[in-house]
Design a protein around this ligand. Structure first.
Ligand SMILES: *Cc1c(COP(=O)(O)O)cnc(C)c1O
Length: 239
């Protein structure tokens, strides 16, 4: 099936109130163009440099969609990231949040939506807050949320998680459930600059379970573009 057909099928299968962020790592500009033409509204990129290249290759089409940073954001790339991304899903510390806030202020961009990333499986290969390093991590995250509330150039708008990659997606259900509970708890807090709207969780093999557990934003690559040859990009980067 073509990218166009894959996207249409996915959009049909996934409930309308669940956003689909198309994960574009290792894909060519032509492929991204096709998925945008097929109706994709949200594009996810893992690296600032690749997003820049993609953004300029897509010309006018780039401005038609929202750009989500879904990879680890290095401090020295924040300014560049702010020129491209509409949403930064990968805040994992107060220091990172404060650095972004400061740069948004300088750039006189109004307000940037950010999500907190939680590495729920405690995996070394992934970014995000590792629960095992901060138990009880619900309290740790709530404290981070309260601290971030003071940053007036950011809007904390969601939580993002990868979840461990199990062969059987049922195995990740309890992890997703734990994040959902935390999401609801934060949503219930009445804090300035915090408006918890998005629970970004679920990828190709786990999106059904993630949606059942309350996700309203899935990040999908493989089901749209097909298998990646490997998780090492043409430039030698590991994803
Ligand atoms: C690659 C990636 C995805 C999508 O993974 P697929 O299995 O290809 O659907 C989602 N989120 C992040 C952060 C990714 O790096």
């Amino acid at each position: 099936m073509s990218i166009t057909e894959n996207y249409a099928k996915l959009r049909e299968e996934i409930p309308a109130d669940v956003a689909i962020v198309v994960s574009c790592k290792t894909r060519a500009a032509k492929e991204i163009e096709e998925v945008i033409d097929a109706g994709a509204t949200d594009i996810g990129e893992n690296y600032v440099q690749e997003a820049e290249q993609m953004y300029s290759a897509l010309k006018k089409k780039a401005a038609k969609v929202r750009w989500h940073m879904i990879g680890h954001l290095q401090r020295n790339k924040i300014n560049k990231a702010l020129r491209i991304f509409d949403v930064i899903q990968t805040v994992d510390s107060l220091e990172k949040a404060a650095a972004i806030d400061k740069r948004v202020e300088k750039a006189t961009k109004k307000i940037v939506p950010v999500y907190i990333e939680i590495n729920i499986g405690n995996e070394d290969s992934k970014a995000g807050i590792k629960p095992e390093e901060h138990e009880p991590f619900e309290e740790y995250t709530e404290k981070l949320v309260r601290d971030m509330s003071a940053l007036s150039h950011l809007r904390l708008a969601g939580l993002m998680t990868m979840g461990p990659r199990f062969g059987n997606p049922e195995d990740v259900r309890p992890y997703f459930r734990r994040i959902r509970r935390l999401f609801e708890k934060i949503k219930g807090l009445d804090l300035t600059n915090v408006d918890m709207k998005y629970l970004s969780m679920g990828m190709t093999n786990s999106c059904r379970v993630a949606i059942e557990e309350g996700s309203n934003m899935v990040r999908i690559g493989t089901a749209i573009f097909g298998e990646r040859e490997c998780d090492i990009g043409k430039n030698g980067r590991q994803y």
